[in-house]
Design a protein. Structure first.
Length: 291
């Protein structure tokens, strides 16, 4: 049984929209942290807040826990190989909090898991707001003892639950979650684009929609961003993330031999938005497809 010392050092790789607020919360909780990212602007924010960080894996101090919050499976595997080639220490636990896909996380586990190192499949939901406030939902799959070791750490970030011992199950659950959020994102954009064409008052629209049966978490969160077209170029969550996740969901559904026609319709809308040059804009910019 792994016991949890109170202040295990954490190296967090990927200081993007989710990674930086998670790093900030861990650091604020008094946990020794070190961030790694290739983007100088993200490093500058962390450094201004007194959080040590670097653009190089070789600068990472020896740590018990490595957390990855990178954009996709290929980038995560690059991080894994970078550690293997360039780092002369081995963490006790790799905690993969990105949405990568079921087969992808299992391939990464095959590269990493050894008698000295374990891996927890731990994707999150709750968005940037949840990462900042410590209200994330963290879905975990892996060994019970490894989850017990990490649970106090997860407590600084939100609510965690171990759903299975089988690596990949948490990724599967996250992708089922994202099937719904993707459909809700596009449905919200479609509804508000129609409301705009009908010249309905946005304030009344918001009150009625969010107070009744049409409401959803995505509509509540994205409503102001759908309406404020001028702010959409500054991404809270980039549209390309939804395009990437849609492809992962469709691949998972194909492997399970289950149709996902609503997801496929939403994916086509998102791909059209991406072809309009909106990949790095906020995901709410999908409403522009309807202009």
């Amino acid at each position: 049984m792994i016991s949890t010392p109170p202040r295990e050092r954490v190296v967090l790789v990927g200081l993007g929209a989710m990674g930086l607020p998670i790093l900030r919360r861990l650091n604020s909780a008094g946990i020794p942290t070190f961030g790694i990212d290739s983007d100088p602007s993200r490093l500058a924010i962390a450094q201004e807040e007194g959080i040590p960080c670097s653009n190089s894996l070789t600068d990472a101090p020896e740590s018990s826990i490595v957390v990855t919050l990178v954009a996709g499976a290929e980038q995560c595997m690059q991080v894994v190989h970078g550690f293997k080639v360039n780092i002369d220490w081995t963490p006790r636990v790799w905690t993969v909090m990105s949405t990568l896909g079921v087969s992808q996380i299992r391939a990464i586990a095959n590269e990493l898991v050894s008698p000295d190192t374990d891996l927890i499949d731990a994707p999150v939901t709750g968005g940037v707001a949840g990462a900042s406030s410590g209200d994330l939902q963290i879905m975990c799959a892996g060994n019970q003892s490894t989850y017990d070791f990490l649970e106090p750490l997860f407590g600084h970030l939100g609510t965690s639950r171990r759903i299975s011992s089988r690596i990949g199950d948490a990724q599967a659950l996250k992708l089922v979650n994202n099937l719904l959020t993707t459909i809700h994102l596009v449905a919200g954009a479609e509804a508000l684009a129609l409301a705009e064409a009908l010249e309905l008052d946005p304030s009344i629209l918001r009150e009625i929609l969010l107070g009744g049966s049409a409401s959803s978490w995505m509509l509540q969160d994205r409503f102001p961003r759908y309406i404020d077209r001028d702010a959409q170029e500054n991404a809270v969550t980039a549209l390309r993330i939804f395009v990437k996740d849609s492809q992962l969901i469709r691949s998972m559904a194909d492997a399970a031999q289950r149709p996902v026609p609503l997801l496929e319709s939403a994916e086509r809308i998102l791909e059209r938005a991406q072809s309009m040059g909106l990949a790095d804009w906020d995901d709410s910019s999908v409403i522009r497809v309807y202009d």
